[in-house]
Design a protein around this ligand. Sequence first.
Ligand code: HEM
Length: 247
Amino acid sequence: MSTARDRSGMSASERVIGIAHPQPAPILVAMRRFNLQTPILFVVIALALPFAFYAANFGQAGLRAALTEPHYLFSSNIPANNSIFSHMVAGALITLLVPLQLAAPLRRQFPRLHRWSGRLIVLAAILTAIGGLTYIILRGTIGGAAMNVGFTLYGGLTLLAATQTIRHARAGRIAQHNAWALRLFWLVLGSWLYRVHYGLWYLTTGGLWSNPEFTGGFDLVQNVAFFLPYLIGLEIYLRRRERPAPA
Ligand code: HEM
């Protein structure tokens, strides 16, 4: 029996199962098939937990002027201290909450909780970004101009993603809300990924092209490498997902 095909040569059943759609990456297919997304998000939380704990502890001690050792981030500039140490506390909170917010079963089961924790995340993300940016204005980063630029871009994008996520949610534009929430996810995880990159680099190279002034080749790349490649990868994924099937 012959099957009716359209101009592109596809049968109706092929169109329904979406053969004409660009194929998603195998890892994404596997994640969907075995519903791996939620367990992966929990693994991310577990891996980021020590960093979040470090940031929260550092932040609260700095805010109370109770650091156990002198640190270059703590100075006689009180507004700069308040900015940098409150950004650490708020940053620690979102590092743990943002992956939880993306877990689909929780979102479906507890929509009110999703909305309230979403508002808390946006507020904390704005505080984190403004705290970091204010510190850059008041004191500048340890790495100088290049690091100031990279971190300013990071803070600006975090502010943008946080405000766009809630703006689209409130307007009921769910597709845009989801896309911005994913951007915020990668930006928030960026601070943890920054440390992961350094850890892996020092483990494998012993710290090649990196120095205490953060002006080595690796340090310079790192000024944007902890968020930009992830955002570019995400944009490619979002474009592929949105591309309509050929008629
Ligand atoms: C997303 C969650 C974030 C967390 C958990 C976090 C945490 C931290 C921690 C723990 C430090 C101290 C580094 C150390 O000595 O160990 C730090 C430094 C810093 N963070 Fe964040 N951060 C986050 C996001 C941001 C954002 C969005 C900005 C935006 C500009 C930012 C700007 C800075 C700056 C400027 C420094 C000081 C760099 C230096 O001169 O050493 N952070 N952050």
